[in-house]
Design a protein around this ligand. Sequence first.
Ligand SMILES: Nc1ncnc2c1ncn2[C@@H]1O[C@H](COP(=O)(O)OP(=O)(O)OP(=O)(O)O)[C@@H](O)[C@H]1O
Length: 205
Amino acid sequence: MSRSEAVSATIGRGTGNPKRVFLFSGKRKCGKDYITDLLLERIGEENTVIIKISSPIKSHWAEEKGLDLHKLMSANQYKENFRQDMIIWSESVRAKDPGYFCRKAVDMYKAQEKPIWVVSDIRRKTDIKWFTEEYGDAVRTVRVVADESVRQRRGYVFTKGVDDIASECDLDDVLEWNWSIINNGDESEVDRCLKLFIDDIESVL
Ligand SMILES: Nc1ncnc2c1ncn2[C@@H]1O[C@H](COP(=O)(O)OP(=O)(O)OP(=O)(O)O)[C@@H](O)[C@H]1O
């Protein structure tokens, strides 16, 4: 059976979801969205949902402050203007309930309808803990790595109060990932890793 046949053969089964939960993390502008978008493109939307833990945070913030949610969700400068305030607010919620935004995000994306979940913005050890406690053996962790100079070319500027606090650094001392992917611009390395992810996905679909 070809790869695309194998993937499409699963459509409609719809039980026992999720079958895989990919937890992507990495420093600012390492390319988390870029890689997870490519993965979605290759697996297809029938089977896959991209979950952003930041979505329930941003939607709350947009509503509260009358901001443009679409612009807040995009990769441009707009979201940077509000990043610090959103971090402070979300920390206070997380302190009371570490799984709050993970749970909200799963609901918000109606993730249960799809077998493959790709969480594109894991930031905290408590995020990994929550997904692992909920979905156990289905969970796979992926660290996206890019050199600081490359990240800077993509728009990263070190910001005090953002890049030196837990929301950006909590996972820096985690050394064990199911996979690490070097995203410095070598497309063959990205392609190699995407194939590994897809092989793994095919083993559960
Ligand atoms: N391998 C790549 N080739 C070309 N462009 C890339 C690559 N990886 C990332 N980019 C570009 O770099 C920019 C930042 O990437 P992206 O938004 O995916 O990073 P991120 O880790 O999700 O950032 P943030 O932490 O701010 O959400 C985007 O414009 C993206 O298209």
